[in-house]
Design a protein around this ligand. Structure first.
Ligand SMILES: NC(=O)c1ccc[n+]([C@@H]2O[C@H](COP(=O)([O-])OP(=O)(O)OC[C@H]3O[C@@H](n4cnc5c(N)ncnc54)[C@H](OP(=O)(O)O)[C@@H]3O)[C@@H](O)[C@H]2O)c1
Length: 392
């Protein structure tokens, strides 16, 4: 058997207390000889963070507020503790082999850019920054010659299928979607679903926001834009297929008619492990597919009438400019409002659509970070206003 590099890879996890963060720490726990945790960041879950500090002994930690930092400093004497937005920046610029970006939402954009600027390779789970500022991120990745390795299972699948292939020979890529918990519900029934029902994904156990995005299929829309930036493909080359078994995560069709598919267990630890070992592969697995599970794999085109978010995201992807930034910010606010019981599940797409109808920032392709952050802030305000109008 081929021997592997013995040097431990140093890893920082932004968002270690979340679903991806915990899966990543499971990976590190399974391969302690290969990976060493250097930095961890959390936001509100300090109890879990404390357990993680005790087990993984990071040198650096970042938390949201001074009070939590003060308590952690008393308990853990040999750790440097950072706080707030500045803290996320400081932890992301510490030189490591890989920064895993696994916070949720737009808040991950600045630390991601900071990590790239400091020449850290990135394993990217946090898709929202790529949606809101894909051009900016991919430009920085090139400038600083770092790796941007996808963690999202579909993008990891496509990335793996493309190894050794020229992207210019690709006719189409297919991102698979389980369909979420409500795929077979009627439009009428969708109006009544609760946040608790929406976060119960049938196949994946994930954080709240991505679970709701999966239920509206906005997640697949965001993933189309994510794939455009990760692989340098036009929207017209990216298709979504409903595959309820969640075993095939992505397919690539080449011009010559050959098609490659990536299959794997429904477990985020696999793409996370691959992002950590790339360009090598681990010689040990975490989980494997039983070949009998492959006897009934089905694929179908999504119902965009019942799940308009997918269509909305596709139109946004075609339009370009800062429309994806608008899409992301309005969706984040709408999802949060649904979780707070302010709007119905079926209002999420209506809110996003109403904000997009204002045709803001359509032609702005030459944006910088300041522009993106201003647009994000402005759109959040407009979305709250739209929700107030809708619910009064
Ligand atoms: N979960 C999956 O299987 C999956 C799959 C593919 C892609 N992704 C993507 O990966 C990202 C993370 O998803 P997730 O499901 O792991 O989310 P999650 O479970 O909600 O975890 C989010 C993490 O971000 C931290 N966080 C939340 N708000 C923050 C803020 N304002 N500032 C700094 N940190 C903050 C949380 O800290 P506390 O918990 O301490 O509050 C937590 O560590 C998302 O962009 C998602 O789309 C997830």
């Amino acid at each position: 058997m081929k021997s592997q590099t013995t040097k431990q890879k140093k890893i920082t996890i932004l968002g270690s207390t979340g679903s991806i963060g915990c899966n990543a720490l499971d990976v590190v726990r399974s391969f302690p000889e290969q990976f060493k945790i250097i930095g961890l960041s959390a936001y509100s879950n300090i109890d879990l963070l404390k357990k993680q500090i005790k087990e993984f002994k990071p040198q650096f930690v970042s938390v949201a507020d001074e009070n939590s930092a003060y308590n952690l400093e008393k308990e853990f004497k040999n750790i440097t503790i950072f706080t707030g937005k500045e803290g996320l920046k400081q932890i992301s610029i510490i030189k490591v082999d890989i920064v895993l970006c696994a916070v949720v939402g737009a808040v991950g954009l600045e630390p991601l850019l900071n990590a790239i600027e400091n020449k850290n390779n990135i394993a990217i789970a946090n898709k929202e920054p790529l949606v809101m500022a894909g051009r900016l991120i991919t430009k920085k990745v090139k400038e600083h010659a770092v790796k941007l390795i996808p963690v999202d299972s579909e993008h990891s699948a496509i990335f793996q299928c493309l190894i050794g292939h020229d992207v210019n020979t690709v006719e189409k890529i297919y991102l698979t979607a389980s369909g979420g918990p409500f795929y077979n519900k009627s439009i009428k029934d969708l109006e009544k679903v609760t946040p608790a029902e929406a976060i119960k994904h049938p196949r994946w156990s994930m954080g709240k926001k991505i679970s709701i995005d999966s239920a509206t299929l906005m997640n697949k829309g965001l993933e189309i834009i994510e794939a455009m930036w990760l692989f340098g493909l036009q929207e017209s080359k990216i298709d979504v297929v409903i595959h309820p078994q969640s075993i095939v995560h992505g397919l690539v069709e080449f011009f010559d008619g050959n098609m490659l598919a990536h299959l794997g267990p429904t477990d985020m630890k696999l793409p996370i492990l691959f992002s950590f070992t790339y360009p090598e592969r681990s010689l040990k697995s975490i989980k494997k597919i039983n070949i009998k599970e492959l006897s009934n794999l089905t694929f179908d085109y999504p119902d965009e009438k019942k799940f308009p978010c997918l269509k909305i995201a596709r139109i946004v992807a075609q339009g370009g400019g800062l429309q994806p930034t608008v899409l992301n910010a309005s969706n984040e606010v709408a999802v949060q409002s649904f979780c707070e019981g302010k709007i119905r599940f079926t209002d999420i797409y209506k809110v996003v659509e109403k904000v997009l109808e204002q045709n803001l920032y359509t032609n702005c392709n030459n944006y910088n970070l300041e522009t993106v952050l201003n647009v994000d802030k402005e759109v959040r305000k407009k979305t709250h206003e739209t929700i107030r109008q809708l619910t009064k």
